[in-house]
Design a protein around this ligand. Structure first.
Ligand code: PEP
Ligand code: MN
Length: 360
């Protein structure tokens, strides 16, 4: 990618073949490690080599990266393999050093993205650059904060901008290190349809096993690329050892991923049209049915008003939820889905009833 060529055009051209793949270790450890990995990634679908040089650690005392010392190693990677190089930047000093080293892709990490002061500092230091700049989602599931980061970078006249979806932390214990919460990147895509979006299954999964499935979901959702942590000796990596995969495994994953065309053609298109028409009819029914349900809820509200009983009846609500989860399960719908839908329906019913009960 010459920097004169727009990021988007470059991605679109490449996507005919395969998505953008950024791979490389969580951290640059030694010159030998970096070069070994890079040579194994040469002649694969990988086009950008990543390596964390400055590592933000949750707690002090962890490996904080080898620092600027690794920048010449990355330059050597580019020279020897033709791969573009990418590092994380979190402050002005990092940006200065990365630009001096002519790094091709600079990304802001999840811990930087949570802090508007830090994002602004980096945005100012990058103002007007032609380099590709990517911003990861903030650690917490706050779309406005992520959008704010994107907007700060746009305002700094960074032309080749993109985002990385790496999942969100959750207080609940889940099978993910960071829960994907796909609705957030989907909403971001809806607001900025031209903004390239790259998925980072490594930080979402926190393990090696889930990477293929998360990557496939991202491609099915039309993400433009993947960033996957890759190490020659994952078990002995100095950071994020559990989630890194070998270059050989990465090649297998890339081979098995189904890359979908952005739009259907010919017979498939006709079939899709028919199915979409069916969906439209069903959606219509759904809305009518919901409206009927709300109508009945309002009638219940009127009765509650006349009897002066409270709108929220905990026991009844628990019963509905339990029954619907059971019926849903029989119909092949997950409990999580039923609960989400019913919470929304119930909330709307309560709102309607509140209106009735408080009316004069
Ligand atoms: C990383 O990419 O190694 C990293 C530190 O990721 P994140 O900012 O998503 O935690
Ligand atoms: Mn990492």
């Amino acid at each position: 990618m010459e920097n004169t060529k727009e990021f988007r055009t470059w991605l679109d051209d490449m996507k005919l073949d395969h998505p953008l793949v950024i791979a490389g270790p969580c951290s640059a450890e030694t010159e030998e490690q970096v070069l070994k990995i890079a040579h194994e990634l040469k002649d694969t679908d990988v086009t950008v080599f990543r390596a964390g040089v400055w590592k933000p650690r949750t707690r002090p005392g962890g490996f904080e990266g080898v620092g600027a010392l690794a920048l010449p190693w990355l330059q050597k990677v580019r020279k020897e393999t033709g791969l573009k190089i990418a590092v994380e930047v979190a402050n002005v000093a990092h940006v200065k050093l990365a630009l001096e080293a002519d790094v091709d892709v600079l990304w802001l990490g999840a811990r930087t993205a949570v802090n508007p002061f830090a994002v602004q500092e980096v945005a100012d230091a990058l103002a007007g650059t032609d380099k590709i700049v990517l911003i990861k989602n903030p650690i917490n599931p706050d779309l406005a904060l992520w959008l704010g980061g994107v907007e700060r970078l746009y305002k700094s006249n960074i032309k080749n901008l993109g985002v990385i979806h790496r999942g969100f932390s959750s207080y609940k214990k889940t099978k993910f290190r960071n829960v994907p919460q796909w609705q957030l990147p989907i909403e971001l895509k809806r607001r900025y349809p031209d903004l390239p979006i790259i998925n980072d299954p490594s930080h979402i999964c926190g393990n090696r096993e889930g990477i293929q499935d998360i990557s496939q979901i991202a491609l099915d959702l039309n993400f433009e690329g993947l960033m996957i942590e890759t190490h020659i000796d994952p078990d002995n990596a100095w950071s994020d050892a559990k989630q890194q995969i070998t270059p050989a495994r990465l090649v297998e994953i890339m081979r098995d991923l189904r890359v979908r065309k952005p739009k259907a053609e010919g017979e498939a298109l006709d079939q899709l049209k028919g199915l979409r028409a069916e969906i439209d009819v069903i959606d219509n029914h759904l809305i009518q049915t919901l409206a009927e349900r709300m109508n009945v809820a309002e009638q219940i509200g009127a009765v509650k008003k006349s009897q002066n009983v409270s709108v929220l009846q905990d026991a009844r609500w628990g019963e509905i939820l339990e029954n619907m989860a059971k019926i849903g399960a029989e119909a092949g719908l997950s409990e999580e889905f039923i609960k989400t839908v019913y919470k929304a329906i119930h909330q709307e019913s309560i709102n309607k009833q509140e209106k009735i009960v408080t009316s004069k």
